[in-house]
Design a binder for this molecule. Structure first.
Ligand code: PGA
Length: 249
């Protein structure tokens, strides 16, 4: 059994001082455990505050929510993978549904970002998921496979094997609607098969997280579903005590 992965996506919340206070509180609720990996994705501007507050807790790793694919240059407002890495990030979200649907990020752009991440030594957490209309049209599997392939197109097999994937149905993000454990499991099984196609037996080791309205009430059941190796949590990761109870699931 793989160690479960719990990832907090704080989105555009938590200024540096709030982030620091959150971490202090969270650590009090969550003593070190060897059998799980905890990731926090704060605002890039709070990255330093979070890594500093976590310096005695190597069991909790930090990432950024987005990068640009060029390493440096005239790209006002963007952060590159090497800059994020140098600032203390170890992970990066790629292809999150809000990047795709609010900011118009394409499959191809997600691919460039994942490739840039790997070049700089960041581990990508690739997010895929269908909209409600795609689900109703029976396109879920085709959509998540297309997104996964595109995001990993520029990532070599050995780096795919050390990446992470999250299935986050768009209709479940921030809506209070969650995929049932059985539905999540079915899509994770499709993603697992695709990972095996892309990287052979090593595809077994890639953690596949579920995300979309996860909370302390549904976390245990989702995590118990076959092929669900962890949880990617937005809203419910903003409360230190609630997040700690999810991470202990
Ligand atoms: P949610 O967000 O938990 O608030 O639904 C999940 C995500 O966007 O990663």
């Amino acid at each position: 059994m793989k160690h479960p992965v719990f990832a907090a996506n704080w989105k555009m919340n938590q200024a540096p001082a709030d982030a620091k206070a959150f971490v202090r509180q969270f650590l009090a609720y969550f003593p070190r455990q060897q059998d799980r990996l905890v990731l926090i994705f704060p605002s890039a501007l709070a990255l330093h505050a979070v890594t500093d507050a976590l310096k005695d807790r190597p069991d909790i790793q930090v990432g950024v929510q987005n990068i640009y694919w060029e390493d440096n240059g005239a790209f006002t407002g963007e952060n590159s993978a090497p800059i994020a890495r140098a600032a203390g990030a170890k992970y990066v979200l790629v292809g999150h549904s809000e990047r795709r649907h609010v900011f118009g990020e394409t499959d191809e752009e997600s691919g460039k970002k994942a490739a840039a991440a790997v070049r700089a030594g960041l581990t990508p957490l690739v997010c895929v998921g269908e909209t409600a209309a795609q689900r109703d049209a029976g396109e879920t599997n085709a959509v998540v496979i297309r997104q996964l392939r595109a995001a990993l197109a520029g990532v070599g097999p050995q780096h795919i094997a050390s990446s992470l994937v999250a299935y986050e149905p768009v209709w479940a993000i921030g809506t209070g609607k969650t995929a049932s454990p059985a539905d999540a499991s079915a899509v994770h099984t499709v993603l697992r098969a695709e990972l095996r196609t892309l990287t052979g037996e090593r595809g077994e080791a890639v953690p596949i997280l579920y995300g979309g309205s996860v909370n302390s009430g549904n976390a245990t059941a989702l995590l118990a579903a076959p092929e669900v190796d962890g949880l990617l949590v937005g809203g419910a990761s903003l409360d230190a005590e609630g997040w700690a109870s999810i991470v202990r699931a």
